[in-house]
Design a protein around this ligand. Structure first.
Ligand code: SF4
Ligand SMILES: [Zn+2]
Ligand SMILES: [Zn+2]
Length: 315
């Protein structure tokens, strides 16, 4: 197996590119793909202050590493979800990476700061754990970005994630979600700009990137993930990809090029119609936002008010 670029010994094959790469040229490929994605979708300006949502897993640590190597001013944000040992372990990987790299990591702990954890929160509002978790993460990432004066929030969603979400949304024709499934969501009405620079890179490539860069990450899945439909969609797409390499890429980028625009109007109208949450000030379609309702039912916790204005803090 020889590297496509230098003909030296290859360490990875990427079937959808029909090519193999040595360590140096694989790492360069990852950087080039991220650079291309950032430029193509106008994700991050060189002077932007960037907040990376870091879980301790391979994707979020890889995207943080890539952005730092590309010269971006990128801080990390770790959210402790109170999911038994999993949260302690994943948090440690995030802290270790930040310490080793000399990067700034902001930490928010849901149980100690908001008085509930994800399993208890999900139970209190009779939601699936991933649903309670997703809305909590969105709310707290947005709040941290607005409070900290960050220009953009980065998440580590990769091609496999986005193709699986698209697959699920298409199977159920969830047109509101389809309208939101862009690699960039612009800042608007109290929401920060959100971007996904890894959409051209797959899960296996991100694991390889971490191994080759010497980045330790949590390998085990979140214990709440079992039964999550997203995993089933990933497995179905993996089976198709195994016989038709490149299918995930064509599915996702074909959607962006030919279909995503058709679902945008509903989302724009929805965003324009948002109110401010009566408790915390976050944008919401109801009087009280979903996070405040969750937090009140789970812990009776008093939410923290979101800042109304953004202040630039020194880089
Ligand atoms: S698997 Fe579900 S509960 Fe666990 S971190 Fe992901 S979204 Fe949250
Ligand atoms: Zn090479
Ligand atoms: Zn609220």
């Amino acid at each position: 197996m020889k590297c496509r670029v230098c003909r030296g010994p290859a360490v990875i094959d990427i079937r959808r590119h029909n090519a193999n790469f040595c360590k140096e040229h694989f790492l360069r490929l990852c950087r080039d793909q991220v650079t291309k994605t950032i430029a193509e979708f106008d994700m991050i300006a060189p002077t932007d202050r960037v907040l990376v949502a870091v879980s301790g897993g391979k994707d979020s640590l890889a995207v943080w590493d890539l952005l730092l190597d590309l010269g971006y001013d990128a801080d990390g944000l770790y959210l402790g979800l109170g999911i038994s040992d999993y949260s302690d372990t994943s948090g440690q990987f995030a802290k270790d990476y930040a310490a080793g790299r000399g990067a700034k990591l902001i930490e928010i702990d849901l149980p100690s700061e908001y008085g509930f954890d994800i399993p208890a929160g999900a139970k209190a509002v009779k939601r699936a754990p991933c649903s309670a978790c997703g809305l909590s993460k969105r709310h707290l990432f947005d709040k941290a970005a607005m409070d900290g004066g960050y220009d953009v929030v980065v998440t580590g969603h990769n091609l496999d994630d986005e193709a699986a979400v698209l697959f699920g949304n298409t199977l159920h024709w969830q047109t509101d979600y389809l309208g939101r499934q862009m690699p960039v969501l612009p800042a608007r009405n109290g929401f920060p700009k959100k971007v996904k620079p890894l959409v051209r890179l797959g899960e296996r490539e991100m694991a390889a990137y971490c191994v080759l860069q010497g980045i330790d990450y949590i390998v085990e899945e979140c214990p709440m993930a079992s039964g999550n439909k997203h995993i089933g969609y990933k497995e179905a797409l993996n089976a198709i990809e195994a016989t038709s390499p490149g299918t995930k890429h064509t599915f996702y980028f074909g959607f962006l090029a030919r279909a995503a625009e058709r679902f945008r109007d509903d989302v724009e109208a929805e965003r324009d119609a948002l109110l401010s949450c009566a408790r915390c000030g976050a944008p919401t379609s109801n009087e009280v936002c979903q996070f405040c309702r969750l937090s009140e039912r789970a812990a009776g916790a008093q939410p923290v008010k979101m800042s109304a204005t953004r202040t630039k803090s020194p880089a």
